[in-house]
Design a protein around this ligand. Structure first.
Ligand SMILES: Cc1cc2nc3c(=O)[nH]c(=O)nc-3n(C[C@H](O)[C@H](O)[C@H](O)COP(=O)(O)OP(=O)(O)OC[C@H]3O[C@@H](n4cnc5c(N)ncnc54)[C@H](O)[C@@H]3O)c2cc1C
Length: 381
């Protein structure tokens, strides 16, 4: 994970084991998944076999205890994997959600029985996880969700719908936010482990074509009460505890994309000529690349500080919000400026920078919009 033009930079948390993991992940993405990229984009979702292969290689559930089939590591290992995925340009597998988020909920809040039931499958790739918070009526105001779960003996009867669910077309398990008490706001929200639902449309997006984002419907779905994750009414608090990690995961992908954009644009600027000399010999190109490389390096250092804090269990909500908003804004800016260096070719899908431009845009939207991030930062001032 060397930042362009800055040889020798290593995050304080990086150990030789992270280098080995990065190498394994890089080889998997580049040799086994990326060769299928065009087909995966056309089908609109990843191959299940790639999840299973990632599981076989030990790349899933890196921070899950070994007792449940995981890698027994911590968030630094998840971050290493996600960096490699974004840096190689692999965009089909929903690993940020599957491993970066869903397993985290189970480890943090699952009963022993729930962990034994779900974690081994999520770690070996035979199961795919998703998280269902957003509803058609709104995503920013989580307290206002309308999907209801009414307790009836030893089951909950669930009615409602979710939208924009990453991995929604392939998921076997959804950590589902529901209202168990409509008379209350945040305190009326609970989390269920839902494995029965009806899949709606897989949404047609401007980017991330190989990763599925789908609607899910719950129509009198009976979820066993034993599949309540944590305490009834604690769901909002549980999500608030987990969202900093979700935001950090987005930041990891943002910095990896910035790094890739600078590398691609630098290579192009060295080979393309205009007015009789390589683009990189023109002063403006040099300035743009220098600024983008600097932004990438500063972003990387801030991200690493957040990763280190998170590893120690000390990443607060406002700092995670700063990371998510600032790093994704940096990603969109750096990718846009790097695309410009490619001229017309940057606008054609033959060049990866074009795909990176379309893929980057959503980073400012999901995981809580950047406007909501700024609200969270301002609240802490
Ligand atoms: C590709 C993709 C994948 C996603 N994956 C998932 C997933 O796996 N699980 C999941 O649950 N959700 C997922 N989402 C949903 C995403 O988290 C929501 O889209 C996001 O939280 C915003 O919600 P919304 O779209 O309803 O926008 P709204 O909440 O309707 O917001 C619309 C606009 O108003 C602004 N706004 C709202 N409230 C305020 C305020 N108080 N102050 C200032 N501005 C405000 C917002 O910032 C935004 O610009 C995904 C979305 C996409 C596009």
């Amino acid at each position: 994970m060397v930042t362009p033009g800055l040889d020798g930079y290593r995050p304080s948390w990086q150990r030789p084991e992270h280098d080995d993991l990065a190498e394994l992940a890089r080889a998997f993405f580049t040799k086994e998944v990326i060769p299928h990229a065009q087909r995966l984009e056309q089908q609109g979702h990843p191959d299940r076999s790639h999840y299973r292969r990632a599981g076989e290689l030990g790349l899933l559930g890196l921070s899950v205890p070994a007792a449940y089939g995981g890698g027994d590591g911590d968030f630094t290992h998840e971050a290493t994997l996600l960096h490699e995925q974004a840096h190689t340009g692999e965009g089909s597998l929903g690993l940020a959600v599957h491993s970066g988020i869903v397993t985290g909920y189970l480890v943090a809040y699952g009963t022993e029985e729930q962990k034994r039931r779900w974690l081994p499958g999520l770690c070996d790739g035979s199961l795919v996880g998703a998280i269902g918070m957003t509803e058609p009526g709104g995503g920013s105001d989580l307290q206002a969700i309308r999907t209801r779960a009414v307790r009836d003996g030893d089951v909950y009867i669930v009615n409602g719908s979710k939208t924009f669910i990453t991995n929604g077309a392939v998921a076997d398990l959804v950590v589902l936010a529901v209202k168990t008490d409509t008379s209350r706001g945040a305190d009326g929200i609970s989390l269920l482990l839902a494995s029965e639902f009806t899949r709606g449309r897989t949404l047609d997006k401007i980017g991330l074509h190989a990763n599925d984002t789908a609607e899910l419907f719950f129509d009198d779905v009976r979820v066993p009460a034993a599949d309540l994750l944590g305490q009834e009414g604690a769901g909002f608090f549980q999500m608030m505890r987990q969202l900093p990690q979700e935001r950090l995961v987005i930041g990891v992908a943002a910095v990896a994309a910035m790094q890739r954009a600078v590398e691609l644009a630098t290579a192009y600027a060295k080979e393309r000529t205009a007015f009789g000399k390589p683009l990189i010999a023109h002063q403006n190109t040099r300035m743009v690349l220098a600024e983008c490389a600097t932004r990438t390096r500063v972003s990387r250092v801030f991200l690493d500080d957040c990763i280190e804090r998170h590893r120690r269990g000390e990443l607060d909500v406002a700092t995670a919000a700063m990371a998510k908003s600032w790093l994704t804004e940096g990603q969109c800016e750096v990718v846009d400026r790097c695309l410009q260096i490619f001229g017309g070719y940057g606008y054609t899908t033959e060049y990866p920078i074009a795909k990176m431009y379309a893929d980057a845009r959503v980073q400012k939207i999901y995981g809580g919009t950047n406007e909501i991030m700024k609200e969270l930062i301002a609240r802490a001032l």
